[in-house]
Design a protein around this ligand. Structure first.
Ligand code: NAD
Ligand code: DAU
Length: 341
């Protein structure tokens, strides 16, 4: 039986590394090429267990670099490309959008051009629910107009629509997914859940933006990985698929839950100035994917408990990340100390 070759870009980050683990758990025969620039968010430690596996190849490189991308296509002839590579943190995009435009738009162009030149079976662009913007009530379907509200989501919307244009113009075999907020192991501790869990563990304050009532729909990363693989195998070319967790929560609810699970006092909650242009609520209608046959399998309560426990058990993973570049970034953007004082 021939084995499939997956080119996973951005595979050293949070969702990409979970996806690579998922592939090796699911398939006895698979080859995975991970092309990752190793920005502050990329961490080869996430895949330490695979480093001696001959079917796993890590290549440090930039998706914006057509020379390296073309060489990978020539040498490994991937069947599938799943593009996770992105600048992914909204707060950073508000500080400086340049890398977001480069990677999340131009980088997608480079990958699409290589696909056009060499061909492959499926190109999956990992987009985001943020491209729709905020919604007060109801949920966005795949047909809803895009109205991204911050530089991160605008650059992702660019990559998303550019991918579609290569289907429409050149008949490239693309599929686009738009998922809601992920949580789980290996998430960089600048995002809400890992930041608050690790701060609570160190008895540091939890900086809650604005009134704490912004709503996000939480999707366990392992459910997301399964959904991506399901779409890759069953989705229709040129289509968009929403992937919702089905667990909408206000940030204050998440914050209280974390403190309760960790047996820490609510006095750690520190209301801070709101994020500029803060989207109030994200909500996805996932019925298109449900009709195709996918449902999330993990309950929020159980997966959240496991996630908190994972950070408790893996302090050696996140402690080094909350120093170095991370501290420099926070000192620059929050000179009075957002949370780390
Ligand atoms: P992450 O920031 O944890 O990881 C991004 C990875 O991409 C890192 O390993 C980084 O080194 C790599 N990377 C960045 N620029 C690169 C470049 N130019 N070339 C090669 N590699 C590069 O992000 P994540 O949370 O794992 O998100 C992965 C993807 O999923 C992103 O496209 C994001 O927009 C999308 N997404 C994320 C969520 C979420 O809740 N985290 C939800 C929906 C969609
Ligand atoms: O919705 C999908 C998106 O989810 C992905 O496309 C992004 O890559 C990912 O970063 C995430 O974006 P959010 O901005 O929703 O996630 P973040 O964890 O940064 O924030 C979640 C909510 O928590 C948001 O309303 C802002 C709030 N927040 C966040 C941080 C970091 C706080 O109140 N305090 C904080 O310190």
């Amino acid at each position: 039986m021939s084995r499939n070759v997956y080119l996973v870009t951005g595979g050293a980050g949070f969702i990409g590394s979970n996806y690579i683990h998922y592939l090796f758990e699911k398939y006895a025969q698979v080859k995975v090429i991970n092309l990752d620039k190793l920005t502050y968010a990329g961490n080869p430690e996430n895949l330490n267990d695979l480093k001696n596996n001959p079917d796993y190849v890590f290549i440090k490189g930039d998706i914006c670099d057509s020379t390296i991308v073309n060489r990978i296509f020539e040498e490994f002839k991937p069947d599938y490309l799943i593009n996770f590579a992105a600048e992914s943190h909204v707060d950073r995009s508000i500080g400086d959008a340049e890398d977001f435009i480069r990677t999340d738009m131009y980088g997608v162009y480079v990958l699409l051009e290589a696909t056009r030149k060499y061909g492959l079976e499926r190109f999956i662009q990992i987009s985001t629910d943020e491209v729709y913007g905020s919604i007060e009530s109801g949920s966005f379907t795949e047909e809803s107009p895009l109205k991204p509200g911050n530089p991160y989501s605008a650059s992702k919307a660019g990559g998303d629509r550019l991918t579609y244009s290569y289907f429409n113009t050149y008949q490239l075999p693309v599929i686009i997914t738009r998922a809601s907020n992920n949580y789980g192991p290996y998430q960089y501790p600048e995002k809400l859940i890992p930041l608050f869990v690790t701060n609570a563990m160190e008895d540091k304050s939890l900086p809650l933006y604005g009134d704490g009532k912004n709503v996000r729909d939480w999707l366990y990363v392992k459910d997301h990985c399964k959904a991506i693989e399901f779409v890759l195998k069953n989705g229709e070319l040129g289509e968009v698929y929403n992937i919702a967790g089905g667990s909408e929560k206000e940030n204050i609810e998440i914050t209280r839950l974390i403190l309760e699970l960790m047996d820490k006092p609510e006095s750690l909650i520190k209301p801070v100035a709101d994020r500029i242009g803060h989207d109030r609520r994200y909500s996805l209608d996932s019925s298109k994917l449900h009709q195709l046959g996918w449902q999330p399998q993990h309950s929020f309560d159980v997966a959240m408990r496991e996630t908190v426990q994972w950070y408790v058990d893996h302090q050696d993973w996140w402690k080094p990340l909350k120093s170095g570049e991370y501290l420099e970034y926070y000192k620059k953007h929050y000179p009075e100390g957002k949370s780390l004082t």
